[in-house]
Every structure is written in structure tokens, then in C-alpha cells.
Write a protein that binds this ligand. Structure first.
Ligand SMILES: Nc1ncnc2c1ncn2[C@@H]1O[C@H](COP(=O)(O)OP(=O)(O)O)[C@@H](O)[C@H]1O
Ligand SMILES: [Mg+2]
Length: 331
């Protein structure tokens, strides 16, 4: 097997605050090979965004604090990178898009000038002289065409507020692709968009990933979104990976009670009598997370061992699952 593009091992991260230390990521093990499409799913607050931001070293420290583990991209330790290596990582290794494009666009500058700046910054990060503004503008128009925005030349002269949410997200995708990254991390990229626009943007992401042979890490609380784009699904609960495997296997035969709960919470439109059942309870307060399996207080199968011993992520039924009772969880 070739070395993974991304290798997260034993990654533990906390946030220190007035109330104490929130243990947000509790030993994440996740290796991603080049070309994989990986969906990360879990309820809000499970640590998906913090994990994504960790990969590009975007978690602010403090208040963030690494308690253990490592993240390697193409074999290089991300936490040990100097500023130049980090600029290269963010320019040409990992690109990210987020839920709210407006946060990442400057309202007072035209789309064109923002794209030109990003293009020139990427040139410098790659160690070559930045291209001139006209050449950068031509490249910007080309990128807008790639994300299927009509009349790219006119769009360059618009301000962000003149664009719809879907158009803004396309502009952000264009920016993310500027440096020809290897790994695209999309964190709830369509959550803020209308359903029809959501489908178009997902289609665009899927097409770009295929055309540019990108590795995709797609983060969503929505299993439907993950299922549409990803061949592999990683389920997170309260800062831990609870199940990880091929999308078909996870959807058809979930082995972690939390995964089962997530699937049961999705309304099934093809079965009219089917009632979506949300998982009772809430994710735990991470200032004092439950001992043992973090899911045990909400788990219908929990026994004494679950509160006493943290289940390891182990191989079972063709995937990895972290549950003492996974053998007893049948489809
Ligand atoms: N900068 C921060 N400071 C303190 N706590 C944070 C910070 N960022 C995230 N958190 C906490 O980390 C936990 C995981 O958050 P997040 O990764 O955003 O969850 P998700 O993306 O799965 O909804 C939450 O409890 C959140 O409050
Ligand atoms: Mg998030």
C-alpha cells in the first residue's frame, strides 16, 4: 500500500477556556489515500470542523492545545512545518471551502481583485514570481468559468453582495482551486444554500474532484450529501471516530449504534409509513466527557463495560468500528 496523502494519528486537541478544558478531539486515527472521497458525518458539535481545520493548521493556539498525536500530509508533520512549508501546504496541498462564503470574501473589494490577490499569493507560495495583474485577471476569469459561472469577465467587476449565495460559494470554490490543491476539504459547503442550488453545487464539486483527480474530504451533518459524493464514510461522535468504511457497507449494515441512530434519524421518502426517529439525548459536555465510550449515555446497547473502557477502533465486517458490542449490532 502506498503512503497515505493524509495521516492523522492519535490526534487529541482541547480548548482551554474560563470553565476549564474542553476535550474536543479524543485520539483521532484517520488515514486518507490520494484519490479517495471521504465523507465525515456526525451531529453538530462533534468536532468535524476542528478536525478539518487541524489539517491545514488553522486552529488557533491558544485557546486550542494539542494534547497528543500527529497530522502528516505527504509524510510531513504539519505541526512541525515552518512558515514557508505551511504556505505551500495551504497553497498547493490542502484547500478548504466553508459553509458561509461571505465570511471569506471581503465586502469592500470586487471579486476580480480578490481573486487576483489569491492567484498572485499562490504564485509566491510556489516560489515563482507573481504574474502580472492582467495575466492574473485572465486566470481569474478562467477559474470562474471552471466553476460554471456565466460571463466571468463581467463577474470580476462585481462586489460579493451583488452575488447570490450559490454564486459566492462557486467563487470560493474557484479560489480554493487556484493553487491546484491535492486535498479539497469542504466543510458543510452547501448547508446555507437552497435545496436546488445545493444540488448544483454538489454536482460541481463532484465534477471538479473527478476532473482534477482531487482527494475529497467532505464534512456534513447530512448523510444524503455524504452519500451522493463519497465512497468512504467516517462517522464521528463527540471527538472520536466511531465507524469508518465503504459508504455502501455503512449505509446498508451500520455496526455502531450511533451510526444506526443517525440513519434512523433520516426521513425515508421512499417509505411513506417510515417515521424518522431522532437519537434521544444530546452530545456530551466536552468539559467533562463521559468515561469509556463517549456515546454510552445515549446508547441503547450500553452495558457496564461501555462506561469503564474506551472501545478501540477495530476491524470488523470490512470496516473499522469502535464499539464493544459491534458484533451484536445487526442490520
Ligand atoms: N475556537 C474555539 N474555542 C473553543 N471551543 C471551540 C472552538 N472551536 C470549536 N470549539 C468547540 O469544539 C467543539 C467541536 O466543534 P466543531 O468542530 O465546530 O463541531 P462540528 O463541526 O462537528 O459541528 C464544540 O464543542 C465547539 O464549541
Ligand atoms: Mg462544523
Amino acid at each position: 500500500m502506498t503512503a497515505p496523502l493524509l495521516d492523522i494519528a492519535g490526534w487529541r486537541l482541547a480548548f482551554d477556556g474560563f470553565e476549564g478544558r474542553a476535550q474536543v478531539l479524543d485520539g483521532i486515527d484517520l488515514a486518507v489515500q490520494a484519490g479517495e472521497t471521504v465523507g465525515i458525518v456526525g451531529e453538530t458539535g462533534c468536532g468535524k470542523s476542528v478536525l478539518a481545520r487541524s489539517v491545514a493548521r488553522l486552529v488557533e493556539m491558544p485557546p486550542g492545545r494539542v494534547l497528543g498525536g500527529s497530522i502528516r500530509f505527504e509524510g510531513q508533520d504539519v505541526m512541525a512545518m515552518d512558515q514557508r512549508a505551511l504556505a505551500r501546504l495551504r497553497g498547493h496541498g490542502v484547500a478548504m471551502i466553508f459553509q458561509d462564503p461571505m465570511t471569506y470574501l471581503n465586502p469592500v473589494f470586487r471579486i476580480g481583485s480578490q481573486l487576483v490577490d489569491v492567484i498572485r499569493a499562490h504564485d509566491k507560495a510556489a516560489g515563482r514570481p507573481a504574474r502580472g495583474r492582467d495575466a492574473a485577471r485572465a486566470r481569474a476569469a478562467e477559474l470562474l468559468g471552471q466553476v460554471r459561472l456565466p460571463e466571468p469577465d463581467r463577474l470580476l467587476d462585481r462586489y460579493p453582495h451583488e452575488l447570490s449565495g450559490g454564486m459566492r460559494q462557486r467563487v470560493l470554490i474557484a479560489m480554493a482551486l487556484t493553487g491546484t490543491p491535492k486535498l479539497l476539504i469542504a466543510d458543510e459547503p452547501t448547508t446555507a444554500l437552497d435545496v436546488t442550488i445545493q444540488a448544483q453545487v454538489l454536482r460541481l464539486i463532484a465534477d471538479l474532484v473527478a476532473a482534477q483527480a482531487l482527494t475529497l474530504m467532505l464534512i456534513s451533518h447530512d448523510l444524503g450529501v455524504i452519500g451522493a459524493l463519497c465512497r468512504r464514510v467516517v462517522v464521528m461522535y463527540a471527538g472520536t471516530v466511531v465507524e469508518d468504511g465503504a459508504a455502501e457497507a455503512i449505509f446498508a449494515d451500520p455496526r455502531h449504534p450511533y451510526t444506526r441512530g443517525l440513519l434512523a434519524a433520516v426521513p425515508d421518502l421512499e417509505r411513506p409509513g417510515h417515521r424518522a426517529r431522532p437519537i434521544p439525548g444530546h452530545i456530551p459536555n466536552l468539559l467533562s466527557p463521559p468515561p469509556g465510550c463517549r456515546f454510552h449515555p445515549r446508547c441503547p446497547l450500553a452495558v457496564a463495560r461501555c462506561a469503564g473502557e474506551k472501545p478501540a477502533l477495530r476491524d470488523l465486517a470490512g470496516r473499522r468500528v469502535a464499539c464493544h458490542r459491534a458484533e451484536e449490532v445487526a442490520a
